[in-house]
Design a protein around this ligand. Structure first.
Ligand code: NAD
Length: 303
């Protein structure tokens, strides 16, 4: 029976570390600040943004949500972002996706100053993650998965990691992080056009699935003893209650019999994502404090 990797528990430890760093910054006179831009009233986005606000408050980050009307145009939105870029009390800026139709999300993401782009979606930060340049910001979900593997002491060196999915926000940055010097994994990236997916997944020492299809990964697709990381979030009908429930992409019960370790959904990758956003925000605030201290010629005590 597989060991359950609890993202909830690991997040708790990490959030305590983040709160201590935020406290140290506050003691030096820097209140870490995150600005979240929400355009329109998409219900799922509204819930995510509220969760981010609550998480910020719990670790001592000043979370500020700018709720903008769906009718806002590109230039008005650029104006809001420019204002936040110039605001020294804001260290991290994120635009909640998806944006309403008609707003060019790529141009919007590029408008955020790279030093405040705590989501890591600006092309400069995408490139920095690719070349393992630690000055950038890594998107929260892949950063959270790397942290889960590290804290659970799951070795990656020389191991074969198979990732299912090729998205820009999860799978591609994760592949670069895993293959970089340090983790040193051998990485296979698969996607919807991969022929005979199971022949790849069965070779994985670590199988990471980020697709959005419940039940995609069955027990016969998993090598005995593998570690399985399920990123998928799917709402399905719950026959027991007549309501709905959240499941991942992996047939959890059957795969638990084969794998040596597995993340549950919910409670696995999900809690790590917001936690890593908080960490990126504190990183951004520390970097800003260091820049300010070096301009004033005095040392900063936060590292
Ligand atoms: P996406 O939705 O952009 O793309 C899905 C990927 O799955 C594509 O690359 C596609 O090629 C691949 N795919 C589709 N069908 C496939 C099949 N039959 N076989 C193999 N590959 C197939 O990807 P995303 O944004 O990374 O999201 C993936 C899932 O992860 C979604 O369920 C999303 O909700 C979830 N997610 C969770 C978190 C979290 O914090 N837990 C964060 C981001 C995404």
């Amino acid at each position: 029976m597989a060991r359950i990797i609890s993202g909830t528990a690991i997040s708790g430890t990490l959030r305590a570390e983040i709160a201590a760093r935020a406290e140290a910054l506050r003691a030096e006179g820097t209140v870490p600040g995150l600005a979240v831009i929400l355009v329109g009233g998409d219900p799922a986005s509204t819930v995510y943004v509220r969760r981010k606000e609550e998480a910020c408050e719990a670790v001592g980050i000043e979370g500020r949500t700018l709720r903008l009307p769906e009718s806002i145009n590109r230039d008005e939105l650029f104006g809001v972002i420019d204002g936040l870029n110039a605001d020294p009390t804001v260290h991290g800026i994120l635009v909640q996706l998806p944006l309403p139709d008609g707003l060019p999300y790529k141009a919007v993401l590029e408008r955020i100053h790279p030093a405040k782009d705590v989501d890591g979606f600006h092309p400069l930060n995408v490139g920095r993650a690719f070349i393992a340049d630690s000055r950038g910001f890594v998107p929260a979900t892949p950063a959270g998965i790397m942290e889960l593997l590290k804290r659970e002491q799951i070795p990656t060196h020389g191991r074969h990691v198979v990732i299912v999915g090729r998205s820009l926000i999860v799978s591609k940055p994760l592949a670069s992080l895993l293959m970089a010097p340090g983790p040193n994994a051998t990485v296979t990236l698969t996607h919807r056009h991969t022929v005979d997916l199971a022949s790849h997944t069965r070779m994985a020492d670590i199988l990471i699935v980020a697709v959005g299809k419940p039940g995609l990964i069955t027990a016969d697709m998993v090598k005995p003893g593998a570690t399985v990381i399920d990123v998928g979030v799917n709402r399905i009908d719950d026959e027991g209650t007549g309501g709905t429930r959240i499941v991942g992409d992996v047939d959890f019960d059957a795969v638990s019999e084969v794998a040596s370790a597995i993340t549950p959904v919910p409670g696995g990758v999900g809690p790590m994502t917001i936690t890593m956003l908080l960490r990126n925000t504190v990183d951004a605030a520390e970097r800003s404090a260091r820049r300010r201290a070096s301009m004033q010629g005095k040392p900063s005590t936060t590292q």
